[in-house]
Design a protein. Structure first.
Length: 589
């Protein structure tokens, strides 16, 4: 089935699904007023902080801030993608997702893809049976045992063994009536130089099935037991396998990564499997290639915090530095764990244990600090060394798109390397006038807001946004009143801007649509979920509440105007518009 899901089918699934029933299969819930509460499954929770609104079809945890609709719950709870969650619920409620019509060319490509996947699966199952039962796999079983791999890991990752024969897989495929020509296209067999016949690609190797994100076997990897070359051998690239886009362990571990809220990236099969023995499951591994932007794009959908745990040698350091720009470009937080030079994650955790690794993780610095540290160590701390380090670090910062984050990072680099911040901006081709030196109006606006925010926190603003989330029919009233000009809490003002944008585009304020819109800004999304969960219908108090909120907006408007007048009275006479000032004073009477 394709990933295409029509909008009307999505709506049907949402309308059919009952979030209380779905959540209740994972979390014991009890009634509490209008909602249902229980212990949060996403963080250690002693007192029920997890709330489910059957009326709004959303969940929210007041402890960790996680929340969303029924799709988001399944994605977080079971490590599903959005499409997988929709399909699971559609199947549960008997809703058919139509296949997108395919052209004859697309149909042919689809059939070829399915055939290659089927052949890879058949080979993986054959090799897995070998390692479990074949007498020829005794050395392989002993090797895996010596590396500390448990039987459930061998089964969970479907590890296998290719007997040291030229035709072991060939004979199996013939017995099953499968095409040898297609098996060669799948990378499982190699054509003989004579052009007559094939031989097995994998011989005398432990087999690691390579799965795509959806769990389909798209390739195989193999490792020899003794010293030799090549130690690792992977399937060649095929129509279903691109090593620059596939990560080992992603399919099996995506749920653990989402639940943990952080993930590790290691460099190989055995590193990942070794960590699994210590119940460290939030891990993915590269497949004999450098980490690419396509790899990191897949990580972005799982969590925001990533730790690179590469080998402690020069090659590992180089690999980590090469990967950093992708994380910063995609607005992910990345740290780098530096292992001792003689270690890789496999050897370190088996020798030192999980606690020692956890302690190192706690001390891991940011990717930017790692780049600065490595640059100064390589080039020296003299002016020329700091200049070369600056060039390397700026190449990491160049793709950062978020202006606030970029500004903070540039300031950090300037402080660390003793370089003027303005000079860094010039190298980044950013105008000092727009980024470094605020104009007079910006200084004025910031000074006014700073004075206003010195007062006690205004709960009325939170109540106002909560009210509008519950009564979206009043959005136009407050849009016309220019609410964005009078909100003093920046986070609430930003949330209001997102709400007003959605309302102006669609003519309504649909909460699931708002949560989707806020997905790239988790802080605002959490705030929206919390305020929505706080809201309770006011019933006969609705009109009074609306009147009070309107009065608040008017008071707030006058307060800002007063600060405006005071600022202008104190300003130099030549920049004050006397007529405009008089008009504003009259407005306050």
């Amino acid at each position: 089935m394709s990933s295409y899901i029509p909008e009307d089918v999505l709506r049907n699934v949402l309308e059919a699904a009952n979030i209380r029933q779905v959540v209740g299969e994972f979390v014991p819930l009890k009634k509490s007023g209008r909602n249902w509460i229980g212990l949060c499954p996403f963080h250690p929770d002693k007192d029920p902080s997890f709330s489910v609104s059957e009326e709004k079809q959303i969940f929210h945890c007041f402890g960790c801030g996680e929340g969303g609709d029924v799709f988001k719950f399944l994605m977080k709870m079971q490590g599903m993608s959005f499409v997988e969650a929709v399909k699971a619920l559609a199947n549960r409620y008997g809703i058919i997702i139509p296949e997108r019509p395919r052209s004859s060319r697309d149909q042919k490509r689809h059939m070829e893809t399915e055939e290659l996947v089927s052949l890879n699966l058949a080979a993986a199952e054959f090799y897995h049976r070998n390692i479990l039962h074949s007498p020829e796999a005794s050395d392989a079983r002993a090797y895996l045992e010596s590396r500390g791999l448990k039987s459930d890991t061998i089964s969970g990752f479907r590890l296998g063994w290719a007997n040291d024969r030229w035709d072991g897989l060939i004979n199996h495929l013939k017995t099953e009536g499968l095409s040898l020509d297609r098996a060669e296209k799948a990378g499982l067999l190699v054509s003989r130089k004579s052009g007559k016949g094939y031989y097995d690609r994998f011989r005398g190797r432990i087999i690691f099935p390579i799965l795509d994100r959806s769990g389909k076997v798209v390739a195989l990897g193999g490792r020899i037991l003794e010293d030799g070359h090549p130690k690792y051998l992977n399937s060649p690239e095929t129509p279903v396998y691109n090593k620059s886009r596939v990560l080992y362990g992603l399919s099996q571990n995506k749920g653990a990564i989402r639940r943990a809220g952080k993930g590790y990236v290691v460099e190989g099969y055995m590193d990942l499997l070794a960590l699994a023995q210590f119940n460290i499951d939030q891990v993915v591994a590269t497949l004999g290639t450098a980490l690419t932007e396509d790899h990191v794009k897949q990580l972005r959908g799982l969590c925001k915090d990533w730790i690179l745990v590469f080998d402690g040698d020069a090659a590992g350091v180089k690999a980590a530095l090469r990967a950093l720009p992708f994380f910063y470009k995609l607005n992910l937080r990345v740290r780098v764990l530096v292992l001792p030079a003689e270690d890789d994650p496999d050897s370190f955790v088996r020798r030192e244990g999980k606690e020692a690794l956890d302690a190192l993780v706690d001390t891991a610095g940011t990717g930017l600090d790692f780049a600065i540290q490595q640059g100064l160590a390589s080039y020296g701390k003299d002016p020329e060394g700091r200049f070369r380090t600056t060039e390397d670090v700026l190449s990491i910062l160049q793709p950062v798109s978020d202006p606030v984050r970029k500004s903070l990072l540039v300031g950090h680099v300037a402080q660390k390397l003793g370089v003027r911040e303005e000079s860094l901006w010039e190298r980044l081709n950013v105008s000092n006038s727009s980024t470094i030196v605020p104009n007079i109006r910006k200084r004025y606006e910031l000074s006014v807001e700073a004075k206003i925010r010195k007062g006690p926190e205004n709960r009325a603003e939170a109540k106002l946004i909560s009210f509008l989330l519950g009564y979206p029919q009043y959005m136009k009233t407050f849009l016309d009143a220019g609410l964005d000009l009078w909100l003093e809490v920046p986070s609430l003002r930003n949330l209001w801007m997102a709400m007003s944008h959605l309302y102006s585009m669609s003519g309504n304020l649909n909460l699931p649509d708002l949560y989707d819109q806020l997905e790239p800004v988790p802080e605002l999304r959490t705030l929206a979920l919390r305020l929505s969960a706080d809201f309770a219908p006011f019933e006969d108090m609705e009109e009074k509440m609306l009147s009070d909120l309107k009065r608040y907006c008017e008071d707030r408007r006058n307060k800002v105007l007063r600060w405006n007048v005071l600022e202008q009275i104190k300003a130099p006479a030549e920049i004050v518009d006397d007529e405009d000032l008089l008009r504003q004073i009259l407005q306050l009477r």
